[in-house]
Design a binder for this molecule. Structure first.
Ligand SMILES: [Zn+2]
Length: 531
């Protein structure tokens, strides 16, 4: 499997990469125009192997600029990937149509099940994305689209990712050469050094040597090998352009570890960063583990406040003056600090989750469906929501690769049936303010079930339901210690302030917070009741 880590290239790459991106965008647009038809996309779908070969045979090279042969291939391959993704979207669209009866979620879920049954599982999020677009069309036109091209406008990508895969390898590459030198990644890339390259001499080798980020070292240490990277330009929030190299590491597929009938089930929350519980098909195996982060979240908010103040200060000066620049540098440094804290947190917690899954012999990690930032629903949320959502997104990304390295599979559990259902009896539950105040409230942190009387922390109940859905269980989950059902865990849930130091002490603190429950778990009369 290929895992990607982005590394920043030196600033002198920005200009040449910008020229390359402009060239790439133009050719990408040409390729899209050329293949944007039923026949075109079917040709793309039918072509196996590197897609540049198809495009090279059918598209002519521009006459007004000079592009060496390997960069030309790389540009075509990059454009071809967009075509491939559109051909794939068309396939999903055509499969989705017969399932569509007005609701996006239902259609996506049915198709998800069908693909799964056929042995070709697709990501639910992707299916839902296409289904939502279909629902939007349906709402606007009061009918279904006649074909894919009525449904999907020709994309007009503003970005271009230059893939170096069709080049001749790390040592003999004619577009890029790269190698590992100790803990550095070194190499050179052939790039246009003038805005309109007309001849060979307008393309030159630019060299780089970058310290390997921890993430990349981890992947290489797991037996991974570097393969051809991608190159792209990124615009930072303050408008600064950055040239990024997406380093790709091919990591050998780890043999699945753990018991296939066991999972660590993870629920996100606003007050807690995550709540997770180890569950088998038979029942709940451990008490919930809570990861609190109010201290760190407060720190993130403080940094954002500082940034706001600095921006105010900066804007008192004219843009470009030395005082303005001084404040701008301070703002950049504050953002860097912000991202460092975010990253350290996501890194530690994702490691913790993988450790827990390993310690309890889980084959899977089930994760509650993550709302993506691109979703329209996020627009009107408050800062708290944004900060949490960004951290979770980062955490999820790290979790996925760390779990992969450990032979554990991460599944996103589709939404529906995880929030209000009682995991103990499947009755309809309620969210209330707290164990002491049973006033019903949507955002309440306590779950109560009027049918069976079970009550517990809301996110804990959520994690159990995620496990039920993850295992496709139609029955409730049991959990009994010494014969008595345990209503976890009012005591632990109130320990809101937890300090954060290093990964290890963090893991330890989480274990300590749950130690009372763990002792019960390890006692000889611990028993799972099978239903
Ligand atoms: Zn119940």
């Amino acid at each position: 499997m290929i895992l990607t880590t982005s590394v920043r290239l030196p600033n002198e790459f920005v200009g040449p990469v910008k020229t390359l991106v402009a060239l790439g965008l133009k050719l990408q647009e040409q390729a899209l125009r050329h293949y944007w038809s039923l026949e075109g996309l079917e040709k793309v779908a039918a072509h196996s192997g590197q897609i540049w070969k198809l495009l090279d045979a059918e598209m002519s090279r521009p006459e007004d600029v000079y592009i060496p042969s390997r960069p030309w291939r790389c540009i075509l391959e990059s454009a071809g990937r967009i075509l491939r993704s559109q051909a794939e979207r068309k396939r999903i669209f055509e499969h989705l149509l017969p399932f569509f009866a007005g609701g996006a979620k239902n259609a996506a879920r049915k198709l998800y099940e069908e693909f799964k049954a056929e042995g070709n599982p697709e990501k639910f999020g992707y299916l839902l994305n296409v289904a939502e677009q279909l629902a939007e069309f349906y709402a606007g036109h009061e009918r279904l689209p006649q074909n894919f091209f009525e449904f999907q406008r020709k994309p007009e990508p503003k970005r271009f990712t230059y893939t170096l895969a069709p080049d001749d390898g790390a040592e003999n590459g004619q577009a890029i050469k790269y190698c590992l030198e100790g803990n550095r990644l070194a190499g050179e890339i052939k790039l246009p050094v003038v805005p309109e390259p007309r001849s060979k001499k307008d393309w030159q080798w630019l060299s780089f040597s970058i310290e390997l980020p921890a993430e990349l070292q981890e992947k290489l240490a797991a037996g991974g090998t570097l393969c051809a990277p991608d190159l792209r330009l990124k615009v930072k929030p303050d408008g600064e352009l950055v040239a990024l190299l997406d380093a790709k590491v091919d990591v050998p597929e780890e043999k699945p570890s753990g018991d296939p009938g066991r999972a660590l089930s993870v629920d996100w929350g606003l007050r807690k960063l995550v709540t997770c519980t180890v569950v088998s098909r038979k029942g709940q195996l451990t008490p919930p583990f809570f990861v609190f982060w109010s201290g760190l979240k407060a720190r993130l908010f403080r940094i954002r406040d500082d940034i706001k103040k600095l921006q105010k200060e900066r804007d008192r000066y004219e843009k470009g003056t030395s005082d303005w620049k001084k404040y701008n540098r301070k703002i950049a440094a504050a953002w860097q600090k912000y991202h460092r804290v975010q990253h350290a947190l996501a890194h530690a917690v994702s490691t913790l989750l993988v450790l827990l899954a390993r310690a309890f012999g889980c084959r899977h990690i089930f994760v509650e469906w993550l709302v993506t930032l691109r979703g329209k629903k996020g627009r009107n949320r408050d800062l708290n929501w944004w900060v949490s959502t960004v951290v979770r997104g980062l955490l999820f990304r790290l979790l996925r690769y760390k779990a992969k390295l450990a032979g554990i599979r991460v599944f996103m559990v589709p939404p529906g049936g995880t929030s209000r259902v009682c995991p103990r009896c499947l009755g309809a539950g309620k969210h209330v303010i707290s164990p002491g105040n049973k006033t019903e409230k949507d955002s309440g942190s306590w779950f109560v079930c009027p049918s069976c009387g079970w009550q517990a922390d809301r996110d804990y109940a959520g994690s159990l339901n995620i496990a039920r859905v993850g295992f496709s269980l139609a029955r409730p989950l049991s959990y009994k210690v010494g014969g008595a059902a345990m209503p976890f865990p009012s005591r632990v849930a109130s320990a809101e302030a937890m300090t954060f130091t290093t990964t290890l002490s963090y893991v330890r603190s989480v274990f300590f917070a749950n130690i009372g429950c763990l002792v019960k778990l390890l006692s000889p009369d611990y028993d799972i009741v099978t239903l």
